[in-house]
Design a protein around this ligand. Structure first.
Ligand SMILES: C[S@@+](CC[C@H](N)C(=O)[O-])C[C@H]1O[C@@H](n2cnc3c(N)ncnc32)[C@H](O)[C@@H]1O
Length: 272
C-alpha cells in the first residue's frame, strides 16, 4: 500500500501540498515541482508508515514537531564559500576599505543555509582586522531550516563545498580552517563572531540594524507578494547607508522599494 504514495499525489493533493509549503515557508511552488515534492516527501511518508499525502498533511497541520521536518524537506539549502566572485570582490575591495574601522560592523547573512556565506564574510573581516587592529564585527546568520542551521553551527564541510573553496581561496582555507582528511572545520576564531538563529524572512527579526545584508538566492523562491513582504522586513533591519546584496538571478528594481541600485547585485539605503 505504501508504495502507492506517489500514485496518490493527485492534482488536488498536489495543490494542497503547494499551499502548505507556502503557508509554512512562503515558498511559491507550481505543479512542475510535483516530482521534487514526491522525491523529498515520499521517503518520509514511508518512514512514518503514513499511507497517504492527505494524512501526512494533517500531521503537519496539527502543528507539532513534524512542521520543522516538513520545512527542512521542502527547502533547498545549496550554498558555497565565496559564491559569486563579483560580490566578494566588492566586499573586499570596496565595502570594507570604506568602512570606518572604529565602528562595529554588523552583517546579516539572511537565508544563510549551511553557513558558508557567513564564514566567508568572517574570513574577509578577519583580514580587515589584521590591517585595522581594534576593528570589531558581528555576523548573524539566519535560516528557516533547522537542519541547515545545525550544519552551519557545526562549521564542518566536505565534498563540493570544500573542493570549490580550495580551488578559489586556498590561502583563506588554510588560514581559517582545520583540515582532517577530506573534511574541514572552521576555526573558533571565526565562529566566535558568527551567531546562527532560526528566522522566517516573512516575519520581523528582533535584532539591532545591520550595515550589510546578504539576501542571496532566496527571493527567487517567492512570488511577488512575498518578495515585497521579505524586502519590507529586510529594509527595517538596514541601518542608514547599509548595503543589500542579492543573488545573481535576482533584482528588486521592479518592486519599487526605497533602496537605491548601486551596481550589479548591490543596493543601498540612503545614508540620512
Ligand atoms: C539556495 S539557499 C541560499 C543560500 C545562500 N544565501 C546562498 O546564496 O548561497 C536558500 C535558503 O533560503 C532558505 N529559506 C527559504 N525560505 C525561507 C524563509 N521563508 N525564511 C528564511 N529562510 C528561508 C532555505 O532554507 C535555504 O537555506
Amino acid at each position: 500500500m505504501l508504495a502507492d504514495c506517489e500514485a496518490q499525489l493527485s492534482e488536488r493533493t498536489l495543490e494542497a501540498l503547494i499551499a502548505l509549503v507556502r503557508q509554512y515557508t512562503g515558498i511559491a511552488m507550481n505543479e512542475r515541482k510535483s516530482v521534487l515534492l514526491q522525491g523529498r516527501l515520499g521517503p518520509r511518508l514511508r518512514a512514518l508508515a503514513i499511507p497517504s499525502y492527505e494524512q501526512y498533511m494533517a500531521l503537519v497541520r496539527a502543528g507539532g514537531a513534524e512542521v520543522q521536518v516538513f520545512i527542512d524537506m521542502v527547502t533547498t539549502n545549496d550554498t558555497l564559500f565565496f559564491r559569486t566572485p563579483a560580490v566578494w570582490d566588492y566586499i573586499e575591495r570596496d565595502f570594507l576599505p570604506h568602512w570606518d574601522a572604529a565602528r562595529c560592523l554588523r552583517i546579516w547573512s539572511a537565508a544563510a543555509a549551511t553557513g558558508e556565506e557567513a564564514y566567508s564574510l568572517a574570513m574577509l573581516c578577519e583580514q580587515f582586522l589584521q590591517r585595522h587592529p581594534g576593528f570589531r564585527y558581528q555576523i548573524v546568520g539566519t535560516d528557516i531550516s533547522a537542519t541547515a542551521l545545525e550544519a552551519a553551527r557545526a562549521g564542518q564541510y566536505e565534498g563540493r563545498s570544500v573542493e570549490r573553496f580550495q580551488a578559489s581561496h586556498p590561502q583563506l582555507l588554510a588560514r581559517y580552517c582545520r583540515r582532517s582528511g577530506t573534511r574541514i572545520t572552521v576555526n573558533p576564531e571565526l565562529k566566535q563572531h558568527v551567531q546562527f538563529g532560526s528566522h522566517n524572512l516573512l516575519r520581523k527579526l528582533d535584532a539591532a540594524p545591520f550595515d550589510l545584508v546578504m539576501l542571496r538566492n532566496v527571493l527567487i523562491y517567492f512570488d511577488e507578494t512575498n518578495q515585497r513582504q521579505v524586502l519590507e522586513q529586510v529594509q527595517r533591519q538596514m541601518a542608514p547607508g547599509a548595503r543589500l546584496v542579492l543573488g545573481e538571478q535576482e533584482s528588486i528594481t521592479r518592486l519599487g522599494t526605497a533602496l537605491q541600485y548601486q551596481q550589479a547585485h548591490i543596493y543601498h539605503r540612503d545614508a540620512a
